[in-house]
Design a protein around this ligand. Structure first.
Ligand SMILES: Cc1cc2nc3c(=O)[nH]c(=O)nc-3n(C[C@H](O)[C@H](O)[C@H](O)COP(=O)(O)O)c2cc1C
Length: 210
């Protein structure tokens, strides 16, 4: 696996459950030396606080990242953008990012990406990824799923996005919620071809007998 150490990656946080996946992914991208443009929707910000606590507010997040994940997060840098700022550089195809992750991705944002609505910076930056044929990873979270939601996942996949449902595996024998978040963040980094050690490589020889 080759290391990409100088890419600009958009991390969009929307209002689905699983804010910890976003925080873990951001920490891992930073520890890998990436430049990250963070956009949180209104409900994305709300769920950061409701699920993790007030220290996950974007204006306090750097301290939380350093305390929880260590000083390695200082290898990268991140900037927060307003979801209303459609004039931000990542809204532009010529000046946009190299890749984008929407984690967690609400069904509302999934629908907007599937139909190219581009009303907010999250939606526009995702649309840019699709039209410029750059990697777009969406991590939807909802259960159960309606037929329109399933169709929107298909539409995103047909448009070129990689759909990575928030479905952590249990074959790594996770013991904590952080282990589950590590798994999802690790899958995301792997898809971006960024080396990581967020979970051990699965060894079928070491697995218990079925
Ligand atoms: C506590 C809470 C949990 C939610 N969990 C989900 C969820 O898991 N999946 C989802 O699609 N929407 C969920 N929602 C609803 C979305 O936040 C809502 O549809 C919102 O308008 C999404 O907007 P956004 O995509 O701009 O963030 C949740 C809302 C709240 C308040």
């Amino acid at each position: 696996m080759c290391a990409d150490t100088s890419r600009r990656i958009v991390l969009a946080i929307t209002g689905a459950s699983g804010a910890l996946y976003a925080v873990r992914t951001l920490a891992a991208l930073l520890a890998a030396g990436q430049t990250v443009d963070v956009i949180a929707s209104e409900y994305g910000r709300r769920l950061l606080v409701e699920e993790i606590g007030p220290d996950a507010r974007l204006d306090r997040l750097q301290d939380l990242l350093e305390t929880k994940y260590g000083q390695d997060v200082r290898r990268g840098r991140w900037t927060a953008y307003s979801n209303r700022d459609l004039g931000a550089r990542i809204a532009s195809g010529s000046r946009g990012a190299d890749a984008m992750v929407v984690v967690p991705c609400s069904m509302k944002t999934l629908a907007a990406i599937a139909h190219g609505l581009s009303r907010s910076l999250v939606e526009r930056a995702a649309d840019v990824m699709l039209k410029e044929r750059r990697p777009l990873i969406v991590v939807p979270r909802e259960t159960p799923l309606s037929l329109p939601q399933l169709r929107n996942m298909v539409a995103c996949a047909e448009a070129g996005a990689i759909v990575v449902p928030a479905m952590p595996g249990f074959y790594q024998q996770p013991r904590t919620i952080d282990d589950l978040a590590d798994f999802m963040a690790g899958r995301i980094l792997s898809l971006l071809h960024i080396p990581h050690s967020l979970y051990p490589v699965w060894d079928p020889d070491g697995a218990p007998e079925p």
